[in-house]
Write a protein that binds this ligand. Structure first.
Ligand SMILES: [Fe+2]
Ligand SMILES: [Fe+2]
Length: 346
């Protein structure tokens, strides 16, 4: 860093500084290298001891550090930073193309808000719940105007990876809300929860999130941390509703108790969570990945029906989602089973 001039530093978005804040000599060298005020936004590491963190916070504040962290805690935080928050999704040319696409304005607004949310999570900064809800309302408007299929095509054409997934979940949830929950409190809760549900993935390293094929057990353990991490962060947000926190925490639960993080079952899985889970799974199935084409809406719904038959997801919510995409399913699971027996599938 000492070789970098102020001009170069000012172009740096984030700077990690490994420094012992208890050492005056290091501090002096650092101050003279950075200038006053510092030329770049910085993060500081405090070397080693936890009793130094509190003592050195004043020093960190004086140096305009956005965060003061322990070296022993640095690795997972850095891995997280190298994941979603470090990824600027689109350059200006691609943003212009996105905004001109069907539903593009609301896809763009949702992408910007997601980037802000991942940044806020990674830096343990608060975010505006009102803005999240306003973006959710915009997505509902965009989906209603252009049609869910077109809106999701625009997302698939312009975004990748976990960003694409989160936007698809938001779009599917908004389409569900526009069709079945319009004007209700539940609609806002659903779009809020959809935008926020995977925010905890900001702490999961990119090579795990983007790994093609099966994850090993240690990688799955990392993935399984994301709902709880999200809620730990979101719980302090003024105005956030318990229903939304519950849906974020439990969106990977299954009705038979085989999900995570708590293994809850049956009526303990709330209606909002049931809807979010179905939207989440559908979105994951219709994602476009470098190594696999998206499933059709029909195939994704067929897989959800199979999951309902296995007792994992709520069939009534699957049926409502199918209706959003122009498919009419039998009224009950018993009818589904009877139809399957008729054609000799069961
Ligand atoms: Fe998730
Ligand atoms: Fe998800």
């Amino acid at each position: 860093m000492l070789e970098l001039g102020a001009g170069e530093l000012s172009a740096v978005r984030r700077l990690l500084v490994d420094i012992d804040l208890t050492d005056d000599c290091s501090l002096d060298r650092f101050r003279s290298a950075m200038g006053t005020p510092p030329a770049a936004r910085i993060w500081l590491f405090v070397v080693a001891r936890s009793d130094a963190r509190h003592r050195t916070q004043t020093q960190a504040n004086a140096l305009f550090a956005s965060r003061n962290i322990l070296r022993s805690e640095a690795e997972p935080l850095l891995l997280g930073l190298m994941s979603l928050a470090a990824r600027r999704p689109l350059n200006s040319t691609r943003i212009a193309a996105l905004r001109a696409a069907p539903g593009g304005e609301s896809v763009h607004a949702a992408g910007e808000e997601l980037a802000t949310l991942f940044d806020s999570f990674s830096e343990a900064r608060p975010f505006s719940l009102q803005t999240v809800s306003a973006v959710g309302a915009k997505i509902i408007g965009g989906v209603a105007e252009t049609g869910a299929g077109n809106w999701l095509d625009t997302v698939r054409g312009h975004h990748e990876g976990t960003f694409q997934h989160c936007l698809l979940v938001a779009g599917v949830a908004a389409a569900y809300a526009a069709r079945h929950l319009r004007g209700t409190r539940m609609a806002t809760r659903l779009t809020d929860a959809a935008l926020l549900h995977d925010i905890g993935k900001a702490q999961v390293p990119m090579h795990v999130l983007d790994k093609p094929g099966r994850l090993d057990e240690s990688e799955m353990d990392l993935i399984r941390t994301h709902p709880r991490a999200a809620v730990d962060y979101l719980a302090g947000t003024p105005g956030i509703e318990p229903e939304v926190l519950d849906a974020v925490l439990h969106h990977h639960e299954a009705l038979d108790g085989s999900g995570y993080p708590d293994g809850i079952a049956g009526s303990r899985v709330t209606p909002l969570t049931r809807i979010l889970t179905v939207c989440d799974i559908f979105a994951a199935l219709v994602e476009r990945r470098a190594y696999k084409p998206p499933l059709s809406d029909e195939d994704a719904i067929a897989i959800l029906v199979d999951k309902a038959l296995d007792g994992k997801v709520d069939y009534i919510r699957v049926r409502s989602l199918a209706d959003v995409f122009g498919m009419t399913l039998p009224a009950t699971l018993d009818e589904v089973r009877a139809n399957m027996e008729q054609v000799g599938v069961a």
